[in-house]
Design a protein around this ligand. Structure first.
Ligand code: NI
Length: 174
């Protein structure tokens, strides 16, 4: 397993719409392993393949708390089948939008159809943090990040800030 570099806003690759996976094979499983390792390393709870530059409809998540047994989840070609009309508000963070927390309203419950790590067709009913997280990750597959949910002005301010941070990281410090 390899820890990959996570792309951050305003990287245009994050705008790409990811493509469906035809078959869950060893290559896809290796990708999922790397994604999970990358997510754990960055202390995130969810990661979409496009965040490491791979435009495939694959998501990994683990909502277990620190100190609890790890509970990795893998979603290939996830599709939201049902969602309720009641919205819930959550201050979301994103590994591709470091140090920013943005309030997003999403359906508080949803049902998702997907293929698992072994390519088997599965269905999961989600609520609370699971519903928020899976919808956030499915957004990534459509090229959407949480910056879509803020005003244009706020978005450009955040993007400017993030670009600057990145520039500093590249500088050689003696
Ligand atoms: Ni994210």
């Amino acid at each position: 397993m390899t820890v990959k570099t996570i792309l951050t806003e305003p990287n245009k690759i994050l705008r790409q719409v990811s493509l469906p996976v035809e078959k869950v094979g060893n290559e896809e499983r290796r990708l999922m392993d790397d994604m999970l390792e990358t997510m754990y390393d960055a202390k995130g709870i969810g990661l979409a393949a496009i965040q490491i530059g791979v435009p495939k409809r694959i998501i990994v998540m683990d909502l277990s708390k620190e100190g609890e047994k790890k509970h990795p989840m893998y979603f290939v070609n996830p599709v939201i089948k049902n969602k309720n009309e009641v919205l819930s508000k959550y201050e979301e963070g994103c590994l591709s939008v470091p140090n920013q927390f943005i309030e997003v309203n999403r359906p508080s419950m949803c049902e998702v159809e997907y293929l698992d790590y072994n390519g088997e067709k599965k269905n999961i009913k989600c609520d609370n943090l699971l519903a928020t997280c899976i919808q956030h990750e499915i957004d990534h597959l459509e090229g959407i990040t949480i910056l879509t949910y803020v005003s244009k002005l706020k978005r450009s301010m955040i993007e400017k800030k993030l670009s600057k941070t990145k520039a500093n990281e590249d500088r050689v410090v003696l």
